[in-house]
Design a protein around this ligand. Structure first.
Ligand SMILES: Cc1cc2nc3c(=O)[nH]c(=O)nc-3n(C[C@H](O)[C@H](O)[C@H](O)COP(=O)(O)O)c2cc1C
Length: 155
């Protein structure tokens, strides 16, 4: 049976959504049954029966994650060791992302198993589209997430 995945993202200007959709295409091409949804449309109960969770958020220095993302993460069901992955989007990051660590910490706390290192996708500037090639990068990363998740036994 096909692995069931959700790619849950937060996006104001559309780049994180575009990356999430490209990751969804990569997962789908690898045989995963995937839904790509904003966190606002992703209730915790929907995550109780999935095999893989991917979470994406924009870099937001000084805030770590948005309040909406913090609330959503705090309601995550117990992952029971199920596979997960995290990504962010940004345009200028001189320091390491302040967004990925709180998201990964929350996923660990809720017993989701990060199967690949978090990855960042870059846009051309504030309110600008993604840098050329990033959609393909995201699609390839989706395929990597699928193959890494398949190696982890789900309960
Ligand atoms: C409050 C705030 C702080 C931000 N801080 C950073 C930052 O430190 N570095 C960066 O590259 N982008 C920063 N950004 C920009 C977003 O991370 C970036 O534009 C992102 O790709 C937007 O994603 P979206 O198109 O899905 O909304 C910030 C945006 C906001 C609203």
């Amino acid at each position: 049976m096909a692995m069931i995945a959700v790619v849950a993202f937060e996006s104001t200007f559309g780049n994180t959504r575009a990356v999430a959709e490209a990751i969804g295409r990569g997962l789908s091409a690898a045989g995963v049954s995937v839904r790509v949804q904003a966190i606002a449309e992703t209730p915790a109960r929907q995550l109780e029966a999935i095999d893989l969770l991917v979470v994406g958020a924009p870099v937001c220095r000084g805030h770590g994650t948005s309040e909406a993302m913090q609330t959503w993460l705090s309601r995550l069901p117990d992952g029971c060791g199920r596979p997960a992955a995290v990504f962010d989007t940004y345009f200028h990051k001189t320091l390491a992302s302040d967004t990925v660590p709180p998201v990964t910490a929350c996923l660990h706390e809720r017993r989701w198993n990060l199967v690949v290192p978090p990855v960042s996708f870059v846009e051309q500037g504030p309110d600008q589209p993604l840098v050329w090639g990033e959609a393909g990068h995201a699609e390839a990363w989706g395929a990597l997430v699928a193959s890494s998740a398949a190696k982890v036994a789900t309960p």
